[in-house]
Design a protein around this ligand. Structure first.
Ligand code: DX5
Ligand code: ZN
Length: 220
């Protein structure tokens, strides 16, 4: 398994998104944070903007929905061409039904957990999803510090995925940097979201390569 690097455009210049997508053309996918000012105390962008991002991005989009009523809002992002759509477990009444709908629409189905949400109730659902997103900060803002207290949650999920013989990605999002990425990989995460680390670097491509190498060395 290779480590995948998904830069988050939350830390990009929102006035120049097409150029900011070009800066991360070496990424595996680009992470797009959709926030509704209800599920999280911040507001970013929605369907019309993401539709344009899909049209101009050199890389596929990984949409992270931080919105209430996730079951209603997820399918339209699949229909407009995102490669992966992740809903929050805390915002979904019917995560299995929504995951099945996303897969039917031909996209990867992701399920995200806030830091205070335990993973154990979701282990029986792993076969229904393509990616588990373990938040390593409280969702809402970039630039926060990585929560090492989430590492056991990643380990528990990776062990369950192995035991069930599944091919489910584990994504970490929040505070991922050259300092923390190895710990996330060692615990079992293989998809690294990095906002401020990548967009704050003078050479975003070089930073992506460094993160990929550091993570790859600790995956097992
Ligand atoms: C936070 C978002 C993250 C954010 C990460 O709610 O989900 O994707 O962009 O930013 P950094 O990498 O700066 O912690
Ligand atoms: Zn995110």
């Amino acid at each position: 398994m290779d480590a995948l690097i998904h830069p988050s455009i939350l830390s990009a210049d929102f006035a120049n998104l097409a150029a900011e997508l070009e800066r991360v053309a070496d990424a595996d996918m680009v992470h797009v944070d959709v926030m509704d000012a209800h599920f999280v105390p911040n507001l970013t962008l929605g369907l019309p903007v993401v539709e344009r991002l899909v049209a101009v991005s050199p890389r596929p989009l990984d949409v992270h929905l931080m919105v209430t009523d996730a079951d209603r809002w997820a399918p339209p992002y699949a229909e407009l061409g995102a490669a992966s759509v992740t809903i929050h477990a805390e915002a979904s009444q019917a995560p299995i039904r929504t995951a099945r709908e996303l897969r039917r629409l031909g996209v990867r189905a992701g399920l995200a957990l806030r830091p205070a949400t335990p993973v154990e109730p979701f282990l029986p659902l792993l076969a229904e999803i393509d990616m588990l997103l373990v938040m390593t900060v409280e969702p809402g803002f970039g630039g926060q510090s990585f929560l090492d207290s989430m590492l056991p949650k990643i380990r528990t999920a990776r062990q369950a995925i192995r035991e069930q013989d599944l091919d489910v990605w584990i994504q970490v999002d929040g505070g991922v940097s050259e300092e923390t990425v190895a710990r996330a990989a060692e615990a079992g995460a293989n998809v690294m979201v990095a906002g401020s680390a990548v967009y704050g670097a003078s050479d975003a491509g070089a930073e992506i390569a460094r993160l990929r190498k550091l993570a790859g060395a600790h995956l097992h």
